[in-house]
Ligand binder design. Structure first.
Ligand code: PMP
Ligand code: GLN
Length: 379
């Protein structure tokens, strides 16, 4: 059989979590909390499940949820998307990324994305018949070199994919970055896929800059979010996309044939929780900054070198003082022999960087972080 994705294997998240389970290692690899989502949210899910919300919800998502999303976006970013024509609920951000790409990328189109980039972007482009053009993030801060992007934009460029806060690097884009991007795509028929799933994990007093609220960029952007991250419920696979009406129309043509819609009772329950506990999202940066600070403090005496993340719940670490192994081998060794699982960076790269970096996930109980750091300090 001729594979449509010949270079794709099982994702590194599945590989490392499986290895961690097999070896009984502390799992700081795949990004999910080892604590539960809020009790009140679970009660609301049970109430909706037992209250008859068990048949197909509307294709674009239940209206109550889209209305709460509009209110939340207005409160956080000062822009109120129209629930009817600009918000679509999806089965996680992963589906939304796929739908956005299929909606606008034609065969032969080029899509600019960064190196490293989250793993689901390039396969979506390939399946649409497009070509990924991967450009390096700047060193050492993992920012964007907009001059380089300007050089690489061609008549075939159809989309630019950004991700802030950035997985796996923990860097963030600032308002000036978005202004520059808007300038670069002005009048060029280029769309933006902006992956903002870590919108509420931004630290040190910084604020998340959303393309959805950018005066100019919003007109050509798909802004993508995930309830899994915000509500500590990655297993529910619920997210949403905000895009202007014409883009939403095309996006929904894809969405309706990929999944049609997503679990009804979870949608209703999240809408209920958003109405009841709007403070949850506002409190998240402080919640995760404390975890980042704890993890960095615990790791400071170790031989790993790192600059604290500015966003996400991931911390990159340079292990070159400990080992010369390539990153996949180092992550295997760390999991199997040392008992702590982490994610190597090479699967996020198209061009191997040769850097000796791995990614630790700190959305874990303090006790988990303490146990892991104690082991890592011994290396
Ligand atoms: N984008 C990024 C950058 C992510 O880290 C994730 C993570 N899990 C996703 C998209 C997918 O989110 P979801 O689980 O909602 O599909
Ligand atoms: N986004 C999660 C991470 O970066 C993984 C999601 C997945 O396993 N597909 O760890």
């Amino acid at each position: 059989m001729k594979s449509k994705l010949p270079e794709v294997g099982t994702t590194i998240f599945t590989v490392m979590s499986r290895m961690a389970a097999e070896c009984g290692a502390i799992n700081l690899s795949q990004g999910y909390p080892d604590f539960d989502c809020p009790e009140r949210l679970r009660e609301l899910v049970a109430a909706r499940l037992n209250g008859g919300c068990n048949q197909y919800p509307p294709m674009a998502g239940v209206m109550e949820l889209r209305e709460r999303i509009a209110e939340k976006v207005a409160a956080h970013y000062g822009f109120s998307p129209d629930p009817e024509t600009e918000i679509t609920v999806t089965s996680g951000a992963t589906e939304a990324v796929f739908d956005a790409v299929q909606a606008v990328v034609h065969s032969g189109d080029e899509v600019i994305m960064f190196d490293p980039a989250y793993d689901c972007y390039e396969p979506a482009v390939q399946l649409a018949g497009g070509k990924a053009v991967r450009l390096p993030l700047t060193q050492p801060d993992y920012g964007v070199d907009w001059d380089l992007i300007a050089e690489r934009i061609t008549d075939r460029t159809r989309m630019i994919m950004i991700n802030s806060p950035h997985n796996p690097c923990g860097s963030i884009l600032e308002p000036a970055d978005l202004d520059r991007l808007a300038e670069l795509i002005r009048g060029a028929g280029i769309y933006v896929m902006s992956d903002e799933v870590y919108e509420h994990m931004v630290f040190d007093g910084l604020r998340h800059a959303s393309v959805a609220a950018h005066e100019e960029l919003s007109a050509s952007s798909f802004a993508i979010f995930s309830f899994g991250k915000t509500y500590h419920a990655t297993g529910w696979k619920l997210g949403y996309c905000i895009a202007p009406p014409a883009l939403t129309e095309e996006f929904r043509k894809v969405h309706q044939f990929v999944t049609f819609t997503s679990s009804s009772f979870v949608q209703y329950a999240i809408a209920d929780f958003m109405a009841e506990c709007p403070e949850h999202a506002w409190e998240l940066p402080r919640f995760y900054q404390r975890k980042r600070d704890l993890f960095c403090e615990l790791m400071a005496p170790s031989r790993f070198r790192f600059t604290p993340s500015r966003g996400t719940y991931f911390q990159l670490a340079d292990y070159s003082a400990i080992s010369d192994l390539p990153d996949r081998e180092f992550a295997d060794w760390l999991t199997r022999e040392i008992g702590v699982a982490a994610i190597p960076l090479s699967p996020f790269h198209r061009t191997p960087s040769g850097a000796r970096h791995i990614r630790f996930c700190f959305c874990k109980e303090d006790a988990t972080l303490e146990r892991a750091a104690e082991i890592l300090r011994s290396l």
